[in-house]
Design a binder for this molecule. Structure first.
Ligand SMILES: Cc1cc2nc3c(=O)[nH]c(=O)nc-3n(C[C@H](O)[C@H](O)[C@H](O)COP(=O)(O)O)c2cc1C
Length: 140
């Protein structure tokens, strides 16, 4: 069975684009080995990540990620069975925090700031679908 898990977390300490690239590099090589795909973004100290794959591989990965000292307050926001992957082309895609993407993220947020913790699962799915449709998910 194929599933998609979406979670958010808050950075511990100051992390920037170089740290995100480092995480993406490690993720791409590890995830490709276990058939996990997804995307990651970091905006205003908040990580939002989508993980797709088998129940076993996504659960194992999520529990490993949750222990990572670079972030805290990991919260699962959405978890569902899916028929097909949204991020089939990315073992871990990067959504850069550029102005066009920020305005899209804010348009989905109930608050004025980007706050995925307050978003409905359906809004998170719609956001990721739109990011893919607009070709905003990069490979590095
Ligand atoms: C926000 C965030 C997202 C991460 N996503 C992944 C991921 O998708 N895949 C992965 O293997 N590691 C991910 N990591 C890194 C893991 O926590 C861990 O450091 C890494 O898997 C260890 O891999 P290594 O043993 O090959 O060094 C992530 C870390 C953070 C902070």
């Amino acid at each position: 069975m194929l599933i998609r898990l979406t979670y958010a977390s808050r950075t511990k300490g100051v992390l920037g684009p170089a740290d995100v690239k480092d995480i993406i590099r490690t993720s791409q090589s590890n995830n490709a080995k276990v058939g996990v795909t997804g995307a990651l973004l970091l905006v205003d100290g908040v990580f939002l990540q989508c993980l797709e794959g088998s129940v076993a591989s996504v659960n194992a990965l999520y529990h490993r990620i949750a222990l990572d000292p670079r972030h805290q307050q990991t919260s699962i926001l959405a978890f569902s069975e899916i028929d097909r992957r949204l991020f089939g082309g990315w073992s871990m895609g990067l959504v850069p925090a550029i102005a066009d993407n920020l305005s899209l993220l804010f348009s989905y947020s109930p608050a004025l700031a980007f706050d995925p913790f307050a978003m409905k699962a359906s809004a998170l799915d719609a956001l990721f679908t739109e990011l893919v449709a607009r070709a905003r998910v990069l490979s590095n």
